[in-house]
Design a binder for this molecule. Structure first.
Ligand code: NAD
Ligand code: LMR
Length: 334
């Protein structure tokens, strides 16, 4: 991934390199630390701002010794810490918030994480309204609408710059398929649409080179509930952090490549989407072509088979509830 980035960084203008400040909010956490490490290795990142309610400067001091060119600075929640971390950011990644424990759904995190994300979104709207905001904190189906509402309330909402990070679902799908089929995951490009929790995660195997898998309930279940495997294995110590850091770094790299002028950069991501607005679903993850403006083109879901049609129906019900819950939270707790 980063070899390709190096080539791109030579090919696509110095300006992208000059202006690529990336900020991580929640940088001292389980995801935040390895994510920050991977961002430090990315030559498209020129400045790395690491903010957390505790431990940001320590992580920054450690990462700053890595011999790549970008500058690194850590920030604490002092009166100007958050705004300084965000000022001039091109990309803001938000992995702040609590992770699941066994037996919990992502929606069970809502009560804690909704207000964390709301407050960070307010700070972003005030300090870097034009940045690309990449939301990792769960429940993504609700936290992304929360960010949108906070930006709308301040008159700075640009739907092209807000992304729910669903990359891990696609990373998992390609890995799980490669295990079943004995292939190299790099060759497995599985489209995953919908949202990021349980049945809202919809893999479209009929569109892959293994259409037989669309009737394989076990692999569908594994993609939809892959996060639970990690939560169970960590046994109370949290959820996916390392694979998530890789997925978040990939998404940030794609946004930066597109910002630098590279064409044809496509990532699945949960965005303000026209695809199912007529059914009251304002956000939806599908393949999105990225550009200098953020979201450049939202691809339709495309042809699906009868099994996938049913999966989509199940997705819509939960997804709408999750989105509405996020919007209602901001309306009641502005
Ligand atoms: P963690 O507890 O290890 O780290 C969270 C960090 O956020 C901590 O360092 C904490 O101090 C910090 N934090 C809390 N409130 C903050 C605030 N107001 N401002 C700044 N920082 C704050 O948790 P984790 O394992 O890194 O997971 C973080 C979130 O990411 C969870 O909500 C988890 O569910 C989610 N997640 C999402 C995906 C995805 O695919 N989108 C994948 C894995 C985890
Ligand atoms: C994941 O998919 O791994 C994350 O959303 C974390 C979780 O709670 O499962």
């Amino acid at each position: 991934m980063f070899m390709a980035s190096r080539i791109q960084s030579r090919a696509f203008s110095a300006s992208a390199r000059q202006l690529s400040k990336v900020t991580v909010l929640g940088a001292a956490g389980g995801i935040g630390q390895p994510l920050s490490l991977l961002l430090k290795l990315n030559p498209l990142v020129t400045e790395l701002a690491l903010y957390d309610i505790r431990g940001g400067p320590g992580v920054a001091a450690d990462i700053s010794h890595i011999n790549t060119k970008s500058s690194v600075k850590g920030y604490d929640p002092t009166p100007t810490g958050l705004s300084s971390a965000l000022k001039d950011a091109k990309v803001v990644l938000i992995p702040a918030g609590v992770p699941r424990k066994p037996g919990m759904t992502r929606d069970d995190l809502f009560n804690t994480n909704a207000s964390i994300v709301r407050d960070l979104a307010k700070a972003c709207a005030e300090s870097c309204p034009e940045a690309n905001i990449l939301v990792i904190s769960n429940p993504v189906n609700s936290t992304v609408p929360i960010v949108a509402e906070m930006f709308k309330a301040r008159g700075v909402y640009n739907p092209k710059r807000l992304f729910g990070v669903t990359t891990l679902d696609v990373v998992r799908a390609s890995r799980f398929v490669s295990e079943v089929k004995g292939t190299d995951p790099v060759d497995e490009n599985i489209t995953v649409v919908g949202g990021h929790s349980g049945v809202t995660i919809v893999p479209l195997f009929s569109q892959s080179s293994h259409p037989d898998l669309s009737s394989d309930a076990a692999i569908i279940q594994r993609v939809q509930f892959g996060g639970d495997e990690v939560v169970k294995a960590k046994d109370g110590a949290g959820s996916a952090t390392l694979s998530m850091a890789m997925a978040g770094a990939r998404m940030a790299n794609s946004v930066l490549r597109a910002a630098g002028g590279e064409k044809g950069v496509v990532e699945p991501t949960f965005v303000d989407s026209p695809l199912y607005k007529d059914q009251g679903i304002e956000f939806f993850s599908s393949k999105v072509e990225l550009g200098p403006e953020g979201v450049s083109k939202i691809h339709p879901v495309g042809a699906v088979d009868a099994v996938e049609e049913k999966l989509l129906e199940a997705c819509f019900g939960d997804l709408k509830k999750n989105i509405d819950k996020g919007k209602a939270f901001v309306a009641q707790n502005p």
